[in-house]
Write a protein that binds this ligand. Sequence first.
Ligand SMILES: Cc1cc2nc3c(=O)[nH]c(=O)nc-3n(C[C@H](O)[C@H](O)[C@H](O)COP(=O)(O)OP(=O)(O)OC[C@H]3O[C@@H](n4cnc5c(N)ncnc54)[C@H](O)[C@@H]3O)c2cc1C
Length: 458
Amino acid sequence: MAAQNLDNLRALVTGPVITPVDAGYEEARKVYNFMIDRHPAAIVQCADAVDVAAVVRHAADTGMELAIRGGSHSVPGFGTADGALVADLSGLSAVTVDAPDRTARAGGGVTWGGFNEATGAYGLATTGGVISTTGVGGLTLGGGIGYLARAHGLSCDNLLSAQVVTADGQMVTASQDENPDLFWALRGGGGNFGVVTEFTFRLHPVAEIYGGPMFFELSDGPAVLGYFNEYIRTAPREYGGFPLFQIAPPLPFVPQDRVGEPLVGVVSCWTGSVQDGEKVLQGFRDVATPVAEHVGAMPYPALNSAFDALVPRGLQHYWKAAFVGDLTAEAIGKHMEHGPLLPAVNSTVHLYPINGACHDVASDATAFGHRDASYAVVIAGMWPDPADNQAGIEWVQEYDEAIAPYAQGGMYVNFASADDQWKVAANYGANYARLQEVKHRYDPGNVFHLNQNINPAG
Ligand SMILES: Cc1cc2nc3c(=O)[nH]c(=O)nc-3n(C[C@H](O)[C@H](O)[C@H](O)COP(=O)(O)OP(=O)(O)OC[C@H]3O[C@@H](n4cnc5c(N)ncnc54)[C@H](O)[C@@H]3O)c2cc1C
């Protein structure tokens, strides 16, 4: 019966339908986080929006569970499930730039690497993630935090319109003028409302940036973090960096005898003049002498892929996150206790500032509600060996508990793990009730439920 169902689907789509008996299934079923080991019934590598609509309709008609996958970076592995039908959007990767109009149309499965390469050719960019392999789709729909957020807002703030396949298999446009309630919900509400087959973004002139990582002694950590917190309150919007904890990687700019040591750092991205950028970064050196640094002028896409090698596909992932108003001295003390205990060179803790242009947008103007937070903190537990899972997970959980008293309610949905579903209402705060209304209108049967799920029932 199931096989026959899939034959019906095969006849309707252009892209391959890969099942457990097909060569390539093992590779096709995997997502970025190898802690997720699931066996879907079929993966449809969609070729276009028509394929996506056929897959959504097939799931609705047969009652098969539906998983949507773009860049496949979801830490909880929402892009797959046992026995599910997977719509793999990675083939929808075209990016078309309209340079005079400063807009770009991007396929629903493209990565930030593909997007930045296309827009970077014109010296243009929009806010994206800090690792180039991450998908534009999942990242934008959850909000989208990156180097350009203080200058240009979240990724979702730069979304002008979206082509969407809704739960009933219809193709609709969502924008300020068409289906505005859906457009509102897509900007932060995650994959709850439909499958976006194409995004249209506003672009900004961003060609060369000045920046890169600086690492400092742990003993200088409180001073560096305190300085960052003071600086960022009123920093020019050209500054888009973040503090971090990181085990020193084996890279040429790190002194050989410091490789493998946990350090505190700042990764900077300055979009103004090089001269001004040099002054801004000197501010950090005046606080403490770096152990290692690798800063300079570079094309924006180069910074966006600079740390890709630290997080290759196939690691074990377990993450927690928090929204923070002010990084107080006590909170910094907790970070200094837990940050240096990073379990592997792949693990990291980033404290992303989300003030500046992110605060220009009202909390109820998009589904991303936490516009009063100054930071989105992520404790990104990543390590290669499954044997280290228990210890790694404990580190993340203990760290999260330690900083919780200094955080606001809720967390950024894109940094949440599978065991954070109970926090969904808090993650959306005052916007949750409206999100439930829109969910009820567009997906009353909760076809799109493999996500940080908004309950349509209320
Ligand atoms: C290494 C790494 C680095 C990261 N860096 C950042 C960062 O700098 N900034 C940041 O904000 N986040 C970051 N994230 C978190 C990231 O935003 C989320 O993991 C996001 O879900 C990734 O999107 P994806 O398309 O790659 O994931 P997928 O696993 O493909 O998708 C996750 C879910 O998003 C939804 N979805 C994806 N595409 C679509 C679509 N086209 N239409 C409808 N629904 C869709 C679906 O519900 C899907 O299940 C990072 C994650 C990782 C693992």
